[in-house]
Design a protein around this ligand. Structure first.
Ligand code: ZN
Length: 342
């Protein structure tokens, strides 16, 4: 019994004693009222399991452990049950994963934002099963969601392990239900590359390609809103040092990583596969252009990229199909906006 409950029991006891002793009949009505109010309060009041504060019915929160908490304590209480850590909790702890290939490899990782209709113990149990492969963190842009964060993976590791584990995780989450990423439109899929495995000239070429073709990349992204991943212009970068003052750009750089931020989040695993592959191939194409300059077989353009993909990769049909689908969706959307204004 908490302190608050003890006190209310004492008030009831005192009133009951007075009643047993007998009071003059003018006071009996007040005493009956006091006993009635106090016992109703004792029955209906909720007490925060953590701080002992009395809470009214409307301000009572049920924790994941089934206990009642006040609004101030419920988040901390739930955190103890949640494998979702605070933003940047895992920073600096990621392990590079490869399949024993000859190094150096070009490592890449991703962050996938997922929203839920409400976090619960069932979802937490699923996440815990995957916490050796992925980290889970809160993100300020999400309501009840979390980010799935991968380790930096080599191509072989992603193909043989990482992607399969991600697919299993998403299947399990969908089994619980109430999870989404594409719907709602506020989730992103970010793809990261280690900066030192690519030349600065490759990144400069990539920046030029994106700035010159904003519509191509907007359509590819699947997004309606670019508030968190604006298509950049040349003023956004110091091209010499590859420094950008703003992080919310379609492609941005930190000291160690290059980040592609423009993809819309999705729980469709083939689309996730294609998105991550395309970031990789975009860099490889830009590397090819930057190394071969004017005598290159391919021009720096979306068309040049697609021709290069067709000529150099065995997955070209799948990737080009994905690009075409995203562009069809974009074109239909633009047509609708032109006709109906939304
Ligand atoms: Zn409390």
């Amino acid at each position: 019994m908490t302190y608050a409950q003890q006190q209310i029991e004492r008030i009831l006891d005192a009133a009951q004693n007075l009643d047993n002793e007998g009071v003059c009949c003018e006071l009996q009505g007040y005493l009956d009222e006091l006993i009635s109010y106090a016992s109703t309060f004792a029955d209906e009041m909720n007490v925060c399991e953590n701080c002992g504060r009395i809470i009214s019915y409307g301000h009572t929160h049920e924790g994941y452990d089934g206990n009642t908490y006040c609004g101030c304590c419920v988040e901390d209480a739930n955190r103890a049950y949640s494998p979702i850590r605070s933003y940047h909790y895992h920073k600096g702890t990621y392990e590079f994963k490869d399949n024993g290939e000859v190094l150096p490899q070009k490592f890449r990782g991703f962050e996938l934002e997922i929203e839920t209709n409400g976090l619960n113990l069932e979802l937490f149990e699923i996440l815990e099963n995957y916490d050796s492969e992925f980290a889970f963190e809160e993100d300020g842009s999400l309501n009840n969601g979390f980010e799935v964060i991968s380790n930096p993976m080599s191509f072989e590791y992603w193909r043989n392990v990482g992607f399969d584990v991600l697919r299993d995780l998403i299947t399990d989450l969908k089994g619980v239900g109430g999870v989404y990423s594409w719907d709602g439109g506020n989730c992103g899929l970010h793809v990261h590359f280690s900066r030192d495995e690519w030349s600065s000239e490759t990144f400069r070429t990539l920046i030029k390609l994106i700035i010159a073709n904003p519509t191509y990349f907007k359509a590819l992204s699947g997004r309606d809103d670019f508030g968190y991943c604006r298509i950049p212009n040349f003023n956004d970068y110091d091209l010499e040092s590859l420094y950008n003052s703003e992080r919310y750009l379609a492609v941005n750089f930190t000291r160690e990583t290059a980040e592609f931020r423009f993809f819309r989040g999705t729980l469709d695993t083939p689309s996730i596969w294609c998105s991550i592959e395309l970031c990789d191939y975009l860099l490889r194409y830009c590397e090819h252009i930057s190394e071969n300059g004017d005598i290159c077989d391919y021009t720096l353009s979306p068309r040049g990229f697609e021709e290069w993909l067709r000529a150099t990769t065995s997955n070209a049909d799948i990737l080009l199909g994905f690009i075409a689908r995203r562009h069809r969706i974009w074109n239909l959307k633009q047509k609708r906006i032109a006709q109906r204004g939304y």
